[in-house]
Design a binder for this molecule. Structure first.
Ligand code: TLP
Length: 346
């Protein structure tokens, strides 16, 4: 794939040389038995960064969200989610399949649910109806083009959670991107969630893994759920070691990805068939409508591929480009000139 400029996701990032070295040198033990010192180091670091009591290394963001929902809910419960949330749309239905709870999707303004609507959606207790027990938020919001959900909005939702004695789980897969864009420390975002998960394997470029953080008893229970889901891993320090590099060395560079995404967005927003407000590109994800009289989305993506550019079609007649450490200025320039060339010839 080396010849392609791969904008499909920040999940495609390759581990850095330092990460590979850390993997080779990692001290390991059986983590299911609690013996892996590298995992323990990563977990302490993650808990410390998020200002939480405890943290757990899990194979994926999906598993982190699934464990969190299991931890905070019981069968017959209902969970308030934003209608485009990743955990509601893109995680193979674990809300119903694993936690066996009912999702209550609410519309939003670019990921920010209306706090009054959240409050109105909380169920009154009754034998016929589910019990609302959890509110989930996502920041940055993937499917809203990596939008940074405003702090005031998240605080207002937290207040409602407190008023009604509900828990709040924060899908912070890209919370470090949110922090880089807003200047708000990750700890301030994390403080709003009873739990927060974040991914090491996206913009932070580690090969595998996410962290679920929260209170100690919640994480202790989460370890049992992780095992039940088949996510207990043995000498997994070899995978946790690059996670430590991700957290200590890869956070500060995320703003470069945001600058490149903005440059690409500004250049393509004016092109025929593209509907995109570049002001809506705040971080590293560009999602734009594509509706061209002469070229369909699959045709456009295949022509881009011929030019050496990979991107993804997403729901609702849209295309997604994601910037990350393995696409530099030359890849951005190449993408812009390919867009122009293809659309000029269409
Ligand atoms: N998102 C992936 C795909 O699943 C679409 C991507 O390429 O962006 N929360 C959010 C907000 C996410 O964007 C993702 C992954 C996850 C959770 C799940 O993480 P993984 O892929 O590690 O299970």
């Amino acid at each position: 794939m080396a010849e392609y400029s791969d904008f499909r996701s920040d999940t495609v990032t390759r581990p850095t040389a330092k990460m590979r070295k850390a993997m080779a040198e990692a001290e390991v033990g059986d983590d299911v038995l609690g013996d892996d010192p590298t995992v323990q180091k990563l977990e302490s670091l993650a808990a410390e960064k998020m200002g939480k009591e405890a943290a757990m290394y899990v194979p994926s963001g999906t598993m982190a969200n699934s464990i969190a929902i299991n931890g905070w809910t019981k069968e017959l419960d209902e969970v308030i989610v934003e209608e485009r949330a990743h955990l509601y749309n893109m995680e193979s239905t674990h809300l119903t399949f694993i936690a066996r709870v009912l999702p209550r999707p609410l519309p939003s303004n670019r990921g920010a649910m209306d706090p009054d609507e959240v409050e109105r959606s909380i169920r009154k207790p009754g034998v016929h109806i589910p019990r609302t027990s959890l509110i989930c938020v996502e920041n940055t919001h993937n499917n809203w083009s990596g939008a940074v959900v405003p702090m005031e909005n998240l605080k207002a939702i937290r207040k409602i959670a407190d008023k009604h004695d509900l828990k709040m789980h924060f899908d912070g897969a890209r919370v470090f991107n949110a922090s880089a864009a807003s200047g708000i420390p990750v700890k301030e975002y994390a403080a709003l969630g009873d739990s927060i998960m974040f991914c090491l394997s996206k913009g932070l470029s580690a090969p595998v893994g996410s962290m679920l953080t929260g209170p100690k008893d919640f994480i202790d229970f989460g370890r049992r759920v992780r095992k039940a889901l088949g996510g207990g891993m043995r000498q997994v320090g070899v995978l946790a070691a690059p996670g430590i590099v991700a957290l200590t060395e890869m956070v500060d560079r995320l703003k470069e990805d945001h600058e490149r995404a903005k440059k690409l967005a500004l250049a393509i927003a004016e092109l025929p068939g593209v509907s995109l407000n570049p002001d809506h590109v705040e971080t590293n994800i560009i999602i734009f409508g594509f509706n061209h009289p002469k070229i369909s989305i699959p045709e456009f993506l295949s022509k881009l591929k011929e030019e050496g550019i990979l991107a993804l079609a997403t729901s609702g007649g849209r295309i997604r480009f994601v910037t990350h450490k393995d696409v530099g200025d030359r890849d951005i320039d190449k993408a812009i000139s390919s867009f122009r060339k293809i659309l000029a010839g269409a």
